[in-house]
Design a binder for this molecule. Structure first.
Ligand SMILES: Nc1ncnc2c1ncn2[C@@H]1O[C@H](COP(=O)(O)OP(=O)(O)OP(=O)(O)O)[C@@H](O)[C@H]1O
Ligand SMILES: Nc1ccn([C@@H]2O[C@H](COP(=O)(O)O)[C@@H](O)[C@H]2O)c(=O)n1
Length: 227
């Protein structure tokens, strides 16, 4: 599709990328691509198959056979590995703890990036909201809308902690910050690249954050999808 609109959104863990992107996609009638889900699903697969996530070569090999599928429908979101629905399992803290090691393997990034570009190209919606860590810089640097969604570290930790009610808040915050530090060695999602607009949601509620992103999409594309 040639006139497809890509809205590229990057940001650190817990900044609201998934929830905000999904809602923006719904409101615009766009597809939604959660790129972190591919890395999480590969980490889940490695754990399930007893592949050592610290062994880059073994992980690169696993990535070549890993039967991954994802829905781009924001109203019907699922992630599968083979016949197994892993939509919830990939959010477990054990997967979050393993994912950075998997994501730092260059061969893995090359293969998932090719899959992302294929998925975006095959999407039938008028546009796709794509979120992750390197979407504005590597996956879709030419996207007409490129955003860095951020929030203060303590706010992101508190939001994530509110979701993981069985975990203690200090461990949730430590895990989130540790994952950011590890991920930041691979992609710079803490500073906006040239041409990327920053949305800081520290003092914005969810609805206002969504409206802010929608307004930027409308201003930067001149499109009024979903109005
Ligand atoms: N502006 C906001 N105000 C309040 N809560 C928010 C806001 N934005 C997102 N949230 C909430 O913060 C939590 C984290 O958001 P979300 O999972 O979308 O972040 P994320 O950036 O995708 O995280 P990760 O990278 O770890 O997957 C969710 O519970 C979400 O509903
Ligand atoms: N473009 C991306 C997206 C994600 N990652 C890695 O996947 C992990 C999970 O991502 P979430 O968005 O679901 O938190 C993330 O911690 C990164 O390790 C990536 O490298 N590039």
């Amino acid at each position: 599709m040639t006139d497809q609109i890509v809205v590229a959104i990057d940001g650190p863990a817990g900044s609201g990328k998934s929830s905000v992107s999904k809602e923006v996609a719904r409101k615009l009638g766009f597809g939604y691509l959660d790129t972190g889900a591919a890395y999480r699903a590969l980490a889940w697969y490695a754990l399930d198959e007893n592949v050592d996530t610290a062994d880059a070569e073994a992980i690169a090999d696993a990535a070549t056979v890993f039967p991954y599928a994802i829905s781009l429908d924001p109203d019907l979101y699922w992630v599968r590995v083979g016949e197994t629905d892993v939509t919830s399992a990939i959010r477990e803290p054990r997967v979050a703890a393993a994912v950075s090691a998997v994501a730092r393997v260059p061969a893995v990034r090359d293969s998932v990036n090719a899959a992302f570009r294929r998925l975006i190209g095959e999407a039938t919606a008028p546009g796709v909201v794509v979120e992750g860590r390197d979407i504005t810089t590597v996956v879709a640097p030419d996207a007409p809308v490129r955003l860095l969604l951020t929030a203060a570290p303590e706010v992101r930790a508190a939001r994530r902690s509110a979701e993981l009610t069985t975990e203690d808040a200090a461990s949730v915050a430590a895990a989130l910050h540790q994952r950011d530090a590890s991920d930041a060695r691979v992609a710079d999602f803490l500073t906006a690249a040239e041409g990327v607009t920053v949305v800081d949601s520290t003092d914005l509620d969810f609805a206002t954050t969504v409206d802010t992103v929608l307004e930027i999409v409308r201003t930067q594309t001149g499109e009024h999808h979903g109005d």
